[in-house]
Design a protein around this ligand. Structure first.
Ligand code: PGA
Length: 233
């Protein structure tokens, strides 16, 4: 089973989102597990039992006077199965720390929302030290389900994708490291400039469970093509 997670980021107004979801619903997902991460304002528009819905973010706080924030219990009550945390855009632009991410993890755990922890280095030379720092937030975490999305920052939105051999090495390293600090199995996705042209080659990496797609997820034809490729692969 491959997972295709579609991160809309801050795109689509209400009408655009409605027509996107209408088209998405017509796609035959075959055995692919699809989850869409729309803006908060569009979550209620994603109304289908063919795919799941996730949140792009969650508050560090559980409830109360935090103007503009959305809590884990609120996203759970909107039907979100997953929630992205630690996306590099949040780490960089919004200065989110690993301590913030730890708090988010705990809130998601309490509300039974599956975290999708995004990790990835800014520079290749700092790959493993960065990954250790970012992955250590899950040490001894008592949750049953966890997804890790490996997204090297220099690959996001740039067209730069690691060669399969290198990517496979990193995925195996992550799997082993996660096993050593978190007592259960987790899914590992790759993200960063994945599209309908390169997904076939990357999906030959058998240790990879799926993909987190940004830009290409906004184009429904590309989504359809990507599903076609990975469901046959
Ligand atoms: P991209 O984004 O596919 O546009 O590179 C991926 C992501 O940010 O999750």
């Amino acid at each position: 089973m491959k997972y295709l997670f579609l991160n809309h980021k801050m795109n689509f107004n209400k009408d655009e989102a409605c027509s996107y979801f209408e088209s998405l619903n017509k796609i035959d997902f075959q055995d692919i597990n699809v989850c869409v991460f729309p803006s908060y304002t569009n979550i209620f528009l994603a109304n289908s039992n063919k795919y799941s819905v996730g949140s792009q973010n969650v508050s560090c706080y559980s409830n109360g006077s935090y103007t503009g924030d959305i809590s884990s219990s609120q996203i759970a009550s909107m039907g979100c199965k997953y929630c992205l945390i630690g996306h590099s855009e949040r780490r960089k632009i919004f200065r989110e720390s690993n301590e913030d991410i730890r708090l988010k993890l705990n809130n998601l755990k309490n509300d039974n929302v599956i975290p999708v922890l995004c990790v990835g280095e800014v520079r290749k030379e700092e790959r493993y030290s960065t990954l250790i720092e970012q992955l250590d937030v899950i040490a001894n975490l008592d949750i049953d389900n966890l997804v890790i999305a490996y997204e090297p920052v220099y690959s996001i939105g740039t067209g730069v994708v690691l060669k399969n051999k290198e990517l496979e090495e990193v995925i195996l390293w992550i799997r082993e490291y996660v096993e050593s600090i978190y007592d259960k199995d987790c899914l590992i996705l790759y993200g960063g400039s994945v599209n309908d042209e390169n997904i076939k080659s990357i999906s030959s990496i058998s240790s990879l469970d799926g993909f987190l797609i940004g830009k290409a997820s906004l184009d429904i034809e590309k989504v359809k093509n990507m599903i076609g490729v990975i469901s046959n692969g």
